[in-house]
Ligand binder design. Structure first.
Ligand code: FAD
Length: 436
């Protein structure tokens, strides 16, 4: 989000995630979905085109489809706040609120509704339309508002794909930080945040090294920051309620195939709603997706391809797995995934040169993310309007940043919360905040 304009775009430019050399692709098709019985369904990123397609798909529901697409278009008025609560200028807040009036109505109507409730209220008659919407968005308490708003970002071509993917993006961000004089110490796990008189004073690393600091900002996993690094001593009702009750994203397994031939695809992502298929020990509840990275020339050498298969895999299957079982499970996943790939691309197995299986355990070991929830709290009918604050009650000189502050998670709010933490510190220090 924010590849073209708005406050997220400003953050991406300030942090060198976006610069003049970065190529952005806005796909025409978001996803093509296949049901078990062969029915197909397309999600277009352009809302006029999608509306036209949906009206042809289910002519009997044209009026309701237009209503849904109109809600989605209205949500384009939503503007993320540039500054954090408490530091917004009254004039600019009022102007922003006025601009957002059309979307306020949506907030009031759907802010506490799930997709299930939204679809029931719309009351589509077409069985296939109901089937596809419910299969993709209705299986959890997924926020109706999050569903509606998501498509406005794509429609405005403001949620593109950065050629090269996430590694070059992280490297650009790192180089900007280092150029500004920032110091980076990697492979250094923080085990404890030093607190004296309810004031953060620094961190202790796993090798015992103590690093003193005037302020501590934790951009690490939210749960381990609050309950391990701070020992659970600074928690209020809202925080404990969130970590106890809010639903998390189901972790994913990602199987990446390096293929020794060119495989073209016009569709970036296909979703196959094949239920109860066993991949390793996971029974696919929501099927699996296949992503052909043919649209990104940096992902494989000339004449070769990268195809990625992803599926949800509940944390319960991974949390107690031992090393031996884990090795076996990864081998089984590779085998089963290859068999599935072969069904979609007959004869491909002989051309698979490399296969990488990344599991929820991989995510946890690289990032420490709680229960492998790669986007934190699921945005639901209960929490979408309830962000957590970047300060912790009773603890001074400490801020949090990252996905765990905002249900729905993702990179834009993570980046934004980092900026906000610095803005709060500038206020405490009575120094002006400037980005360039
Ligand atoms: C396959 C996949 C696809 C995704 N696609 C998208 C997408 O298209 N768009 C989107 O917006 N989001 C996407 N996400 C989600 C996105 O990656 C996360 O929401 C985002 O990275 C969260 O940022 P964060 O800074 O909060 O946490 P992280 O990115 O997890 O960063 C936390 C950092 O803290 C470090 N850390 C943790 N514990 C400690 C410790 N004790 N001491 C020191 N360091 C520590 C970790 O090593 C890590 O570097 C995707 C995620 C996955 C897995």
């Amino acid at each position: 989000m924010g590849t073209r304009k708005g406050p997220f775009n400003d953050i991406w430019k300030d942090t060198n995630v976006l610069n003049d050399t970065v190529e952005i692709i806005d796909h025409e098709v978001h996803t093509k979905i296949f049901a078990e019985d062969g029915r197909e369904f397309i999600i277009y990123t352009d809302l006029n085109r999608w509306e036209e397609y949906l009206c042809k798909f289910a002519p009997e529901d044209s009026v309701k489809i237009k209503k849904m697409c109109s809600d989605m278009k209205k949500s384009a008025f939503l503007q993320p706040f540039s500054d954090p609560a408490g530091l917004r200028k009254i004039g600019s807040s009022v102007t922003l609120m006025l601009k957002m009036m059309p979307v306020m109505v949506l907030f009031m109507k759907y802010g506490r509704k799930s997709c299930d409730e939204y679809f029931s209220k719309l009351g589509f008659k077409n069985e296939s339309l109901n089937y596809f919407f419910n299969s993709i968005y209705g299986s959890h308490d997924f926020s109706a508002l999050a569903f509606i708003m998501m498509f406005a970002w794509f429609n405005q071509k403001n949620a593109g794909y950065l050629i090269g993917g996430s590694l070059p993006m992280a490297k650009r961000m790192t180089s900007r930080y280092l150029d500004l004089g920032g110091k980076l110490r990697t492979r250094s796990r923080v085990t404890k945040i030093i607190v004296e008189n309810n004031m953060a004073k620094g961190v202790i690393l796993s090798d015992g090294t103590e690093i003193k600091a005037d302020y501590v900002i934790s951009a690490a996993d939210g749960h381990s920051t609050i309950f391990e690094m701070l020992g659970g001593k600074y928690v209020n009702k809202k925080i404990s309620n969130a970590y106890e009750k809010w639903e998390l994203f189901t972790p994913i397994v990602q199987v990446s195939f390096g293929i020794n031939k060119k495989i073209d695809s016009e569709i970036p992502v296909e979703m196959w709603l094949i239920r109860d298929q066993m991949i390793g020990r996971t029974k696919t509840k929501n099927g699996y997706s296949i992503m052909n990275y043919g649209f990104d020339h940096t992902m494989s050498p000339e004449g070769k391809s990268v195809i990625v298969m992803r599926f949800d895999s509940p944390w319960e299957l991974w949390k107690d797995i031992d090393d031996k079982e884990y090795k076996r499970e990864k081998e089984q996943i590779e085998k089963d995934s290859k068999t599935i790939l072969e069904k979609h691309y007959p004869g491909i197995s002989d051309s698979v040169e490399v296969c990488d299986v990344a599991t929820p355990i991989t995510d946890v070991s690289y990032t420490g993310v709680w229960k492998g929830s790669y986007e934190g709290f699921m945005p639901s009918s209960k929490n979408l309007m309830d962000n957590l604050h970047s300060t912790i009650p009773g603890l001074k000189k400490f801020y949090m940043a990252g996905q765990w502050l905002f249900p729905g998670g993702g990179l834009p709010p993570a980046g934004q919360s980092g900026k906000w933490a610095i803005q709060y510190i500038c206020k405490e220090e009575r120094t002006g905040f400037k980005t360039k």
